[in-house]
Design a protein around this ligand. Structure first.
Ligand code: CP
Ligand code: NVA
Length: 305
């Protein structure tokens, strides 16, 4: 059974297949074509954390493709608390055709997949967010006409978003810079694997002005992720010099696109001015979540036949 848990589980050819499929499905969605990939099928969406984009894009996308999506929020099933993960996994494998889960502990999604006889899609864990970064690179492709050899600068916390960028950098050549405070670097093992893959240039920087030079894209995310919100005030002080503002972007020395997975905390990690600037492509990213996830679901259903 093929799942979608980490971008690094896929070859570059497979990733391109998904991106091309997303392009096709996006064009079809825009004229609301009659797409019936999931007629009489159901998607179980398990959320242990809040969500706007992931929930609405998966549900809307799956229903457009003819299926039915079930939302199971943090208080519904109590995965891993009220009921064991491996039991939920086997239970939903009997009822549903696809499972998407947003969980805290990354080991929990691995366990969900291990016991599942239907494809499991990672809708974010504390460790990574593969649907988001597949979408991000699709959005870069749309805007730049290419995805290889671009300089992508991530500014902020070395978190789940960064781990998925590093996984992508293991497969597709890029110049990837994670610019973060010294105590907030991404997972060492993941950084090392990305370096060892010898596909991309990987840099961990602590100097925003240096990192931004010649950036094609500057990307940021909240300084305190879900599950860390009680650290928000403390982090605000530590991260203040990593804010993405108009002046920082001007210093890149070239045209630089701004990206953010959203939700954004305006005037913390990014200014309102940058969010609203013509070089900000955050809503294209948000829209593309649906098209890329539709492609991932269609791809998995084809491969698992
Ligand atoms: N970017 C993203 O995953 O958004 P949600 O948390 O709203 O789903
Ligand atoms: N790093 C953020 C991403 C939200 C989409 C979080 O985990 O909360």
């Amino acid at each position: 059974m093929k799942h979608f848990l980490h971008i690094s589980d896929y070859s570059d050819t497979e990733l391109w297949e998904i991106l091309n499929l997303a392009k096709d499905l996006k064009a079809k969605f825009h004229h609301r074509a009659d797409v019936k990939h999931f007629k009489n099928r159901s998607l179980a969406m398990i959320f242990a954390k809040p969500s706007a984009r992931t929930r609405v894009s998966f549900e809307t996308g799956f229903e457009w493709m003819g299926g039915h999506a079930l939302f199971l929020g943090p208080n519904d099933i109590g995965i891993g608390k009220r009921e064991a993960i491996k039991d939920i996994s086997r239970l939903f494998s009997r009822y549903n055709d696809v499972m998407m889960a947003r969980l805290f502990d990354h080991e929990h999604i691995i366990e969900l997949a291990e016991y599942s006889t239907i494809p499991v899609i990672n809708g974010l864990t504390d460790y990574n967010h593969p649907c988001q970064i597949m979408t991000d690179i699709f959005t870069v492709w749309e805007h730049m006409g290419k995805i290889e050899k671009l300089k992508i600068v991530y500014m902020g916390d070395g978190n789940n978003i960064v781990h998925s960028w590093l996984h992508l950098a293991m497969k597709i050549p890029m110049d990837f810079v994670c610019c973060c405070p010294e105590d907030y670097t991404p997972d060492n093992g993941t950084v090392q694997k990305a370096i060892d893959a010898k596909i991309s240039n990987i840099t961990i920087s602590h100097d925003p002005q240096k990192a931004i030079q010649n950036a094609d894209v500057v990307y940021t995310d909240v300084w305190a992720s879900m599950g860390q919100k009680e650290e928000a005030l403390e982090r605000e002080k530590i991260f203040s010099s990593f804010q993405v503002n108009e002046e920082l972007i001007k210093n890149s020395g070239q045209k630089t696109l701004f990206m953010h997975c959203l939700p954004a905390e305006r005037d913390r990690e990014v200014t309102d001015g940058v969010m609203e600037a013509d070089y900000s492509i955050v809503f294209d990213q948000a829209e593309n979540r649906m098209h890329v996830q539709n492609a991932i679901m269609v791809y998995l259903s084809e491969k698992n036949k």
